[in-house]
Design a protein around this ligand. Structure first.
Ligand code: WT7
Length: 632
């Protein structure tokens, strides 16, 4: 891990964007610099004009931005509905027959849905949810795989101002229960199963265990997958029957620009997930515009974002951004390398995907499997390859560019977070690309790299990434925990502090070096060390635990746990496996440690805080750094 103010060597190659990308790009390098400058010196003018051009409002705002540090609002008193911008206006304007989504899965089953069909289903579901008694502001949880049924239900909630909170359908029953409980979800949308690497995974046993005895949950709406049978329990409704019960007529109600749209739980430095809350208008505008310009999408383009709707990437770049823009997107339910390592490339060929957006962990996985797989397919439709979730190492970048992009694409890295709602640091398609460097600040993003005191560091020196002013899709609060929201703006006074180390080079390109806090990034998923530690000590044989991230060739980071056994416990391989399994049970498989090492003691400060940094340095064989606060 980098240390603050360390100067990193800055060798590295520069790849100019291919001419065919530059020629059609919405934003030229010159335009970028001019527009970016305006967007941070006159944010109200910049975003106000853009909102008028790109979105429709039922009633115009009184003021574009109000900022009472640390709180902010955008488009004050404007009335709108994000689903009107995502659906109704496209259908009204003659794009009803345009395909919104092409769905595919591991069995190569295909489903297409047009904007008009999607709107009709959303209207029916919106009516059905209202008939169930759901009202604006109520929370609805989701535990569904990536399906059209899920997207319909998400949009139906958004349309009536019901706040959705999607829980990735790989989380454990405990994790789902905790999130339903703290969000006080009235309804849970669930699916009976999903298929992953050819295995049918039963999801209802997780959901049933999660909601058992949970007072807030009144109904579970179950999407029974094709070929499944399910015996409904009391309070459970069939998705399809419910959908059919709703009328096709539904006017999008005028919601306030600042009405909550969704809560998405993400990991922080404590054991409890934070409920990041996003609102209607600012989020709509920012995701709409970034989808357009970061990916340089044009009317006929086919876009494929490989994320799951359980993460922010799916919210912003599968659902809201692409729909608001009116794009045709490919969505795929299932694993990237099943039935074979070429299945994704077969889909790129089949659907002539132009813009492809995935995570470095997937790129590294494909790299390991070899270029012979993508080489079997015609990938010439690809124009832009996006990356998100963690730093993309130059080797993976170059492989992506060559083996997938055939050296004829722009590789667009995008740094952002659940909290930021949309892209914050991007290499715009027309700009020079620097493998491993995320790029330049997006419009409205007043970003810099500073030292602890908040002073900008020298070029290429390590510092903390910060943002000086709010942007339209910045999180508005942490649901039910406003003090946790305040921390983002209080940790480094005067700035939004994302928690990442970074450098900035002479051209302003920002490189993200990884988290500066006790948060891990495993396969692009954010996991708090504290969450894993509390799951570990929940096991009866474990007295204390400390967790670190270790570099991993595919996952980016893997989890290693150091644990102290309870007195008298015999450490066996079986116990180690049992402890690993218990973490999977507590949190979900994605948080399961790869390694567990039993130790006699853990390095602590005199005030009793575990020094994970010391464990990590020992594990990696690097320098311990400052250990003056170490107790022993
Ligand atoms: C953290 C946010 C944004 C959607 C997926 C993750 C890391 C994200 C990049 C990137 C380097 C990245 C950061 C960030 N991260 N994208 N392009 N380059 N690091 O969202 O779960 O909220 O995690 O992911 O450390 O703080 P998230």
């Amino acid at each position: 891990m980098a240390e603050s103010n360390q100067i990193l060597s800055q060798s590295g190659s520069v790849y100019p964007a291919p001419l065919h990308v530059v020629e059609r790009a919405w934003i030229s390098p010159e335009a970028y610099h001019e527009m970016h400058k305006r967007s941070v010196t006159d944010p109200e003018g910049f975003w106000g004009e853009l909102a008028e051009k790109e979105l429709e409002f039922f009633q115009k705002w009184d003021k574009v931005r109000e900022w009472n540090y640390p709180n902010y609002k955008w488009f004050l008193n404007a009335k709108m509905n994000i689903t009107h911008n995502c659906l109704d206006r496209h259908v009204r304007d003659g794009r009803g027959d345009k395909i919104a989504f092409i769905y595919n899965n591991e069995k190569n089953e295909e489903e297409k849905i047009s904007y008009a069909q999607l709107l009709t289903r959303v209207k029916k579901m919106a009516n059905a949810l209202q008939n169930l008694g759901l009202q604006k502001g109520d929370r609805v949880a989701f535990y569904m795989p990536l399906t059209l049924e899920q997207i319909v239900a998400i949009l139906a909630c958004a349309r009536i101002g019901v706040v959705h909170t999607i829980i990735f359908a790989g989380f454990s029953a405990n994790a789902l229960r905790m999130r339903c409980e703290i969000a006080e979800a009235k309804v849970v949308f669930a699916s009976t199963s999903t298929s992953r690497r050819g295995n049918d995974i039963d999801l209802m046993h997780v959901v049933n265990e999660a909601v058992e005895g949970l007072k807030c949950v009144q109904n579970v709406i179950v999407h029974v997958r094709k070929g499944d049978s399910y015996s409904f329990k009391s309070g459970q409704l069939d998705y399809q029957t419910l959908l059919e019960s709703g009328s096709e007529n539904h006017e999008a109600p005028a919601l306030d620009a600042e009405d909550p749209l969704f809560i998405l739980y993400t990991s922080g430095t404590t054991g409890k997930p934070k409920g990041v809350l996003h609102t209607q208008a600012g989020y709509n505008l920012f995701t709409h515009f970034s989808t357009r310009v970061s990916f340089d999408l044009h009317e006929e383009d086919i876009f494929w974002c490989t994320a799951d709707t359980g993460w922010i990437t799916g919210h912003s770049y599968i659902v809201y951004g692409p729909l608001s823009l009116g794009v045709t997107s490919v969505i795929v339910e299932g694993a990237p390398t099943f039935p074979n390592p070429g299945s994704w490339w077969a889909l790129v060929e089949k659907y002539k995907v132009n813009v492809f957006y995935t995570a470095p962990t997937a790129v590294r996985l494909f790299m390991k499997l070899g270029a012979e797989w993508p080489n079997k397919y015609d990938l010439s439709s690809l124009r832009i390859l996006g990356s998100v979730g963690e730093p993309i190492n130059p080797e993976a970048w170059e492989w992506y560019y060559e083996a997938i992009g055939r050296k004829n694409v722009a590789v667009v890295d995008t740094w952002w977070q659940t909290e930021t709602g949309g892209h914050m640091i991007v290499t715009m398609p027309s700009m020079d690309q620097k493998p491993g460097k995320a790029g330049l600040p997006f419009f409205g993003v007043d970003a810099d790299v500073v030292d602890r005191q908040g002073n900008p560091v020298a070029p290429n020196a390590v510092g903390f990434l910060v943002v000086r002013q709010p942007w339209p899709s910045a999180l508005r609060t942490c649901y039910g925990e406003p003090e946790r929201f305040n921390n983002y703006w209080m940790e480094m006074k005067g700035f939004y502090y994302p928690g990442d180390f970074a450098t900035k080079d002479e051209d302003g390109y920002i490189t993200i070096l990884g988290r500066a806090d006790d948060v891990l990034n495993v396969s692009g998923h954010r996991i708090g060390t504290a969450e894993v530690e509390s799951a570990l000590v929940a096991h009866e044989s474990i007295a204390e635990a400390a967790v670190i991230g270790k570099p991993h060739p595919i996952k980016g980071e893997s989890i290693k746990a150091f644990v102290i056994a309870m007195n008298g416990v015999q450490v066996t391989d079986q116990l180690i496996q049992e402890v690993k399994d218990s973490v999977a049970k507590e949190l979900g498989k994605l948080a399961q440690p790869d390694e567990i090492e039993f130790v006699e003691g853990l390095p602590k400060t005199r005030s009793g805080k575990i020094m994970r940094r010391v464990l990590k340095a020992k594990e990696m064989g690097t320098e311990l750094g400052d250990t003056s606060t170490l107790e022993d």
